[in-house]
Structures are given as structure tokens and as C-alpha cells.
Design a protein around this ligand. Structure first.
Ligand SMILES: *Cc1c(COP(=O)(O)O)cnc(C)c1O
Length: 377
């Protein structure tokens, strides 16, 4: 029996090299042996996050744990928070901040649209007491890549003291992120997306300004300051996910060997090729500015998107559907995992087969040809 292959924006196909690295026997975490692996892995993680030599903390938890820890470590009590809300994940951080009792301004954008920096500017001008802006970089629910560099510029121009915390869960490893050059204050991610590991690790980086905040809300397990003290010495405050960290080192090596620019270019080429194939058979992209991490696509007129998802499942391929109001109309294949050109072509093959089953009329082979052509660029 074959395992259905993962073409969803997380979890993703894990490279065999990573799986075999994780199959090594578990060492005790309070040993010189683990310490060496951990310090080395942390250094490579900082390189892949484009913050070489700085602290990126590794948590046992999913991407949400990293965002929550970063938020609690940098947002003083009583701060007025602004959340950019252009999809499910933007919405999640607003819910989180409200749960902790913060006053949150919900800056809404239509799903599929990019968050406009000028609307952020207007809101910051009207509310000079906003101390923190939260945004997603790659909004996985709508397949949109927000222009975080431009958003951060607006934040720093309007209020140099305000922080900008960024959900980079599907952008890390998929597209360029320059935390210092773009003047971001928090970058958070997880293992089961662009870094091609199983779920279970969260990653958190904070700027100097974010680390210097005081009068914070309490946290215990997710206390980043405590973690930072331990992790700079090659230890962790609690028991680390030892075997996932073995796999992380292998994944980071793969990224650094290929070169980050090459990885980002390849991811964009893959995603553009999925979109080109889909357009050739009448499926339009949902996002105004597509994220290289996932292709959010409209089902053709009169075809149910959940039925397309089922068509992929029938063929042993797991893709994501749409969420909330986009569920009936959206499907989301992704090449974020360990996949190659032929795997990307197989998405178009399965799309054509699924659409044919559902009675959609199109020129046979059109998606496959368009995808192959796009892959040549
Ligand atoms: C997957 C994802 C998350 C985190 O989800 P977890 O289930 O906590 O790992 C957060 N933001 C985005 C944009 C995501 O795609």
C-alpha cells in the first residue's frame, strides 16, 4: 500500500535523507554530544533565516507555539496591537492577542488581496498608540505573499518604536526573508512547511528592540527569555525534540548546499508552473500576488472545489481545500515538500484527470503542456 503523497502546504514530503537522519538513536539531551549537535544546528538555522550569528530559538511545538512565545516575549502588557487580517492565519494572531487580553485593531483586507501598505499607514496615523503590528508573510489560506518589506517600512516611518511581528511559517525556505534589512522585530516559523521536516518544531527570532521590551505578560513553557539563556549554552529549558533536531540539521545542510537564492528561485518556478497548468484548464489563481509556497486556485465555474480535492485523493495525492467561505470554490496544491519537476507535472496530470471525471470540458493535455513549458524558465 502506498502512502498518499503530500502536495499540501504542510505537512509536506520529507526527504529520505532527513528521515534517515532522524532514525539515529536518541541521545540524552544533557550530554556534550547533544550540545555539539544543537549548537551547530542553531548556527545553520540562523544562516537559513538570514540572521547569521544571531539567536533563532528552537521550540518543541508547532508554528503557533513560536508565534505565541515571540508575542509574549516582546509585547508589553496593555499594548495596543494591530493585526493584518487577510486570511485564516492573520485572523489566528488577532484571536491569540485578544485571548491574552490585548486590545486589537483588526485591519481587514479581502481574501486574496495583498495588505496595502498605505492602508496600514492610515491606520497607524489614526492610532498613534499602536505598539505592535502583526502580519503573515505567506498567507497560506489565500495563497498570498504580502509585501512584508513594504509593511515594515511603513511601521518604522509612522512609529519607530512600534514592533512588527511576522508569521513566516510558510515563507521560511520558500521565499526571501531579510529580518534585519527589512527591520522586522519577530520572525516565526515551524518545521512541517518549507524546511520539509515532520511537524513538531517551532522557530523564533526576535530583534534587539523586541528583546529589550519589559513589563511582559507571563508565560511558562513558552518563555523565550529562559530558552534563550539555555540555548546560547547549547541546552534547552525543557526536553528538546532530539530526533527532529537531527533531521533539522540535515534539512538545513540541504538548503545551504543548494544555496538560498537557488532554493527560492526553484520554489517560485514550481509554484508558477502549477498555476500556469491550472490556468490552461480554466482554474484561475485566487491570489493577486501568489506566494511560492502554495497555489490557491479557483475551481472552474460550476465545478465543486471539494470534488477536485477528492479527485486528487483518489489518485494518491493529498492537496488542501479552501477554508471558510472559500471552501466551495478553492483548492490548494503545493510543491513545498521534497518534490522535483516531474512531481510538479503530476499535479497537472491529476488536475486534468479530476476535472475530466467531473465533466469539465477542456483541451486534453493543456495543463501538462503549460506546466512543462513554465518549468523550462
Ligand atoms: C501552518 C501555518 C501556521 C502554523 O500552524 P501550526 O499548525 O501551528 O504549525 C501558521 N501560519 C501559517 C501562514 C501557516 O501556513
Amino acid at each position: 500500500m502506498y502512502k498518499p503523497r503530500l502536495f499540501a502546504p504542510g505537512p509536506v514530503e520529507v526527504p529520505a535523507q532527513v528521515l534517515s537522519a532522524m532514525a539515529r538513536p536518541t541521545v540524552h539531551h544533557r550530554t556534550p554530544e547533544f550540545k555539539e549537535i544543537f549548537l551547530r544546528t542553531r548556527e545553520k538555522l540562523a544562516d537559513v533565516c538570514c540572521v547569521s550569528g544571531e539567536d533563532v530559538l528552537i521550540l518543541a511545538g508547532s508554528g503557533t507555539s513560536a508565534f505565541e512565545a515571540g508575542f509574549l516575549a516582546s509585547v508589553p502588557k496593555g499594548t495596543k496591537v494591530l493585526g493584518i487580517d487577510a486570511g485564516k492565519f492573520g485572523e489566528r494572531w488577532i484571536k491569540m492577542a485578544s485571548t491574552f487580553g490585548y486590545e486589537v485593531i483588526d485591519l481587514k483586507f479581502d481574501w486574496g488581496k495583498v495588505a496595502e501598505p498605505e492602508r496600514l499607514r492610515e491606520t497607524l496615523k489614526a492610532n498613534p498608540d499602536i505598539g505592535v503590528v502583526m502580519t503573515t508573510h505567506s498567507e497560506t489560506s489565500t495563497g498570498t505573499l504580502h509585501d512584508v518589506k513594504a509593511l515594515a517600512k511603513v511601521v518604522k516611518e509612522e512609529n519607530p518604536d512600534a514592533l512588527i511581528l511576522v508569521d513566516c511559517v510558510t515563507s521560511l525556505g520558500a521565499t526571501e526573508i531579510r529580518p534585519n534589512e527589512w527591520r522586522l522585530d519577530g520572525v516565526f516559523s515551524g518545521s512541517q512547511k518549507g524546511l520539509m521536516l515532520p511537524p513538531g518544531l517551532g522557530f523564533a527570532w526576535l530583534s534587539k528592540r523586541a528583546w529589550s521590551q519589559q513589563n511582559l505578560s507571563p508565560s511558562f513553557y513558552l518563555d523565550l527569555r529562559k530558552e534563550r539563556k539555555s540555548q546560547t549554552k547549547g541546552e534547552t529549558a525543557y526536553t528538546p525534540a532530539v530526533n527532529l533536531i537531527y533531521g533539522l540539521e540535515t534539512s538545513l545542510d540541504m538548503h545551504l548546499e543548494e544555496g538560498l537564492d537557488n532554493v527560492w528561485r526553484r520554489r517560485e518556478r514550481f509554484n508558477n508552473a502549477i498555476i500556469a497548468g491550472a490556468k490552461a484548464v480554466g482554474c484561475q489563481p485566487y491570489a493577486e500576488r501568489p506566494s511560492p509556497a502554495v497555489a490557491a486556485l479557483y475551481a472552474p465555474e460550476g465545478i465543486s472545489a471539494p470534488d477536485i480535492v477528492k479527485g486528487f485523493t483518489k489518485r494518491g495525492m493529498r492537496i488542501a481545500g479552501g477554508q471558510d467561505h472559500a471552501k466551495p470554490v478553492m483548492f490548494r496544491p503545493s510543491a513545498l515538500g521534497y518534490l522535483d519537476d516531474f512531481d510538479v507535472i503530476s499535479i497537472s496530470v491529476a488536475l486534468e484527470a479530476s476535472l475530466r471525471d467531473l465533466g469539465h470540458v477542456f483541451e486534453q493535455g493543456a495543463a501538462v503542456v503549460a506546466t512543462m513549458k513554465a518549468l523550462e524558465t
